[in-house]
Design a binder for this molecule. Structure first.
Ligand code: ZN
Ligand code: ZN
Length: 165
């Protein structure tokens, strides 16, 4: 499906195609919490980097976090995540990691297109969760101390949801 996103002040607008638009995965790590996660976590979806069209690209700044909760990115082989945001209003737009260059990871919070409702939720990096943050429990709520083993694409494929919308 085609996703339209924008920042709050309107300086940046973008569109991108996604086969993996279900906002099912929550990350409770400190980077996500501090930079975007007012509820104690952030939600990224995944889209095809080659289809990204940006209006107002000159208004984007990039934050490259040198540290994650497990130490330096280069030491755990995951490369650097680059968080793109609006220079004027601070809206977080998407994550990009050169190791996974074919994808961008838009923040669900800046997508204006109504996203599909996820049938299940995945809660990751819970070992870094703040005590005040409550995590949903019950059927369909899976809990992970760190990252889950399957990625966003596999999650969609396993449920027959890949490219469905
Ligand atoms: Zn803005
Ligand atoms: Zn995180």
């Amino acid at each position: 499906m085609k996703l339209q996103g924008s920042c709050h002040c309107g300086a940046v607008k973008f569109s991108v195609e996604s086969n993996t638009p279900y906002p099912f995965s929550r990350c409770y790590c400190s980077t996500c919490r501090k930079l975007n996660g007012g509820g104690g976590y952030t939600i990224n979806i995944m889209a095809e980097a080659g289809t990204l069209k940006v209006e107002g690209e000159e208004n984007i700044a990039v934050y490259r976090s040198a540290l994650n909760d497990r130490g330096r990115y280069e030491e755990d082989g995951r490369g650097y995540s680059r968080r793109h945001f609006c220079k004027t209003c601070g809206t977080m737009l998407w994550n990009h990691n050169p190791l996974y260059a074919q994808w961008i990871y838009p923040f669900a919070s800046c997508i204006d297109t109504p996203l599909p409702i996820a049938p299940e939720h995945r809660h990751t990096m819970l070992m870094h969760k703040q005590p005040w943050v409550e995590v949903a429990e019950g059927p369909g709520e899976t809990h992970h101390r760190q990252y889950a083993d399957t990625g966003i694409e596999d999650w969609h494929r396993e449920r027959g949801l890949y490219g469905k919308l």
